[in-house]
Design a protein around this ligand. Structure first.
Ligand SMILES: [Zn+2]
Length: 445
């Protein structure tokens, strides 16, 4: 038995500053099965003590608890996992409070926002969520999505990186097909300013160039890339793809998955599937303007349905691409490439829910649930330089947790069986989460 009383009293009475928005409740979860994500194991019948937003003690639940707490949660037959990470989020609804509710109600406690669109102030959003002014997950953001038009000269590069530094973005995000001299200068300037450079791969350059970024977004991107001998990666044998994945592992690059967005685009080309979007029970969580944009013929992807590429009809080609993306996802996972789960929250990739859909596609690809969870907990925490506080269920870490009714290691779909969420030390039971969802439904009407 560990001496948790000491640490408990110590934390309550002394060092932790009482910052605004921080929850000071002490929460006890009794008799819960923990999936700590430190290794592939389930710790049965545990007691977890949470105070001041931190996990302060974990021990087997052997005798009755003697201390005083503000809330006790019965964890019997339930499973506790670290909070999940949506690593490719886009804010499109113009209602960040509603988006955050969707994320939290889906067990997402960390978000990487992947662009600052016109009229948005992503730094202000991050500030508000960090201070506790609005309730939301840990928030990280890139600056505006940079294309070659914004980066015409070396001077442009210097200015853009400097502005990123001054504004305080967490990442600089780039598009594909930047000229080589511009790309190299960007890498150099970002290194100088210590801003990680992330985004789309450089399709006109051999693969190795893209590995110089901290992360590559979308497994799909590899379809359009070539190796150093100018051979298309898409056309390579499984043996060669395994060699390539080993190279990706060794480079240390992280890869954002985003299978959901590709599935959505693919389904836009199919009249029946496109029509069925409106019948989806989750469509009420899509903001009105988005419903009008994505679910009507205004959707640009609809224009692709009759097109041909190299003599192949687009719907057939996209099906082949999606099959390849799944095959390659499994190869990446087999070779221990650092994956980050993200969905792109676009179209029917409905904020919050789409991450669980992403998990299902990864499982369909053959990746085992534990490895999918790694890509949504441990890997993001490492990637965001937050592993000392996030990503696992261990003493001293932040209390960002999801309580599930079913074991996600048996089937990743069980991440949807959410009984409650602890966000920054604050407990939201199923009723509270349902209330959040209802509020979003009304706001998005
Ligand atoms: Zn994106």
């Amino acid at each position: 038995m560990k001496n948790y009383f000491f640490s408990f009293i110590f934390i309550l009475t002394t060092v932790i500053p009482k910052s605004f928005g921080q929850n000071r409740d002490t929460i006890l979860i009794e008799n819960v099965n923990i999936i700590p994500m430190t290794k592939e194991v389930v710790l049965l019948n545990q007691r977890v003590l949470i105070s001041e937003g931190k996990i302060i003690n974990i021990e087997p639940c052997l005798s009755p608890f003697k201390g005083k707490v503000s809330l006790t949660i019965d964890g019997t037959d339930k499973y506790l996992t670290p909070g999940l990470s949506e690593m490719h989020y886009h804010f499109r609804s113009n209602d960040i409070v509603s988006d955050f509710k969707l994320l939290v109600a889906n067990g997402i406690t960390t978000v990487r926002n992947m662009a600052e669109f016109d009229g948005q102030d992503q730094i202000a959003i991050r500030q508000k969520v960090t201070s506790g002014e609005i309730l939301g997950p840990n928030y990280f953001t890139t600056g505006p999505y940079l294309k070659s038009e914004q980066l015409r000269t070396i001077e442009d590069v210097k200015t853009v990186v400097k502005i990123h530094k001054q504004r305080g973005y967490d990442f600089l995000k780039i598009a594909d097909n930047l000229p080589l001299n511009i790309y190299l200068k960007l890498l150099e300037e970002c290194e100088n300013y210590k801003i990680p450079i992330i985004g789309h791969s450089q399709r006109s350059l051999p693969l190795e160039y893209s590995l110089r970024m901290k992360s590559i977004e979308h497994i799909e991107e590899f379809i359009y890339l070539s190796d150093e001998n100018n051979n298309s990666i898409f056309k390579q044998s499984k043996d060669k793809l395994n060699v390539l994945a080993k190279q990706l592992h060794e480079s240390g690059v992280y890869i954002g998955t985003t299978l959901v967005i590709f599935d959505f685009i693919k389904n836009c080309l199919d009249d029946e599937k496109f029509k069925a979007f409106r019948q989806d029970s989750l469509v009420k969580y899509l903001a009105k303007k988005e419903r009008e944009d994505f679910l009507s013929e205004r959707n640009d992807y609809r224009k692709l349905k009759d097109r041909e590429f190299d003599g192949v009809k687009a719907p057939i080609l996209f099906d082949a691409y999606f099959t390849w993306i799944k095959t390659f996802s499994k190869i990446l996972s087999d070779n221990k490439v650092r994956l980050l789960t993200g969905s792109d929250t676009y179209g029917m990739g409905i904020v919050g829910f789409s991450l669980h859909k992403e998990f299902v596609f990864l499982q369909e690809a053959g990746i085992k649930p534990y490895d999918i969870l790694l890509a949504s907990t441990v890997n993001p925490a490492r990637y965001l330089n937050k592993y000392s506080e996030e990503g696992t269920i261990t003493e001293g870490k932040n209390a960002n947790l999801v309580l599930l009714n079913k074991n996600p290691l048996d089937d990743i779909q069980n991440t949807k069986s959410i009984e409650g969420v602890i966000l920054k030390g604050k407990w939201f039971d199923r009723q509270a989460l349902n209330k959040m969802l209802k509020e979003v439904e009304i706001a998005f009407r």
